[in-house]
Design a protein around this ligand. Sequence first.
Ligand SMILES: NC(=O)c1ccc[n+]([C@@H]2O[C@H](COP(=O)([O-])OP(=O)(O)OC[C@H]3O[C@@H](n4cnc5c(N)ncnc54)[C@H](OP(=O)(O)O)[C@@H]3O)[C@@H](O)[C@H]2O)c1
Length: 214
Amino acid sequence: MTTIGILGSGHVGTNIALAAIANGYDVVLSNTRGPETMASLIDELGAHAKAATSEDAAAEGDFAVVAIPLSTVDQVPVGPLAGKVVIATINYFPERRGHIAEIDNGTTTAPGLLQRHLPQSKVVRAFNMINAEEMSHDGHPAGDPRRRALALAGDDVEAKQLVAELYDQFGFDALDIGPLSESWRLDAGQPAFVAHQDLDQLKRNVANAKRLPA
Ligand SMILES: NC(=O)c1ccc[n+]([C@@H]2O[C@H](COP(=O)([O-])OP(=O)(O)OC[C@H]3O[C@@H](n4cnc5c(N)ncnc54)[C@H](OP(=O)(O)O)[C@@H]3O)[C@@H](O)[C@H]2O)c1
């Protein structure tokens, strides 16, 4: 049984957990307030879910999903995630939470900040461009006309393969758009963001992305 450590048990963490359990994974969820605050969520998710501290969720996961605000990236435990694939769902909303000059000027990206904090992990940006509820409720088998495509970006080929397989299991086509440095193409405000799109439409939307003025 593969275990996914999920940091963040809000909208995204919960829906990734639902989809993961439906596809045969075990999940370990965490938040900032401690495992006891997730008792009712774990009851709802059932026997394949448990709550833990972020340290333990990171340690117990064969790979991890980081579904937290960008503002708390520095609190993600580093050691237990070393060598592991880490999926970053994190988005950057400067109008809500303030500007970060390095992102605005293109020096880095939102998941790039997580990669810098976790230098020994293999960070892949994924699931950032779809609404949380749709992660667990809008997947469809290959060939279904309703099947949507989702993009991913990262610097490690094997890590991206794992994420592409996860997308497929959850019912989505996968488009690898290149290294983490290209992941700004999936940001809020870009054509691919939260669009319902198939693979060809997603390719066009990614190609049509333009750096937004800060
Ligand atoms: N909502 C969407 O539709 C959506 C879609 C795609 C991507 N995203 C992005 O995904 C991320 C999560 O979004 P969300 O909507 O799930 O947010 P949310 O509902 O506000 O949940 C955030 C969760 O992260 C936890 N958290 C914060 N810092 C943490 C840390 N350092 N370690 C462990 N847990 C931590 C919070 O715990 P506490 O409750 O204890 O504070 C909470 O459980 C954001 O970056 C967002 O931009 C959101």
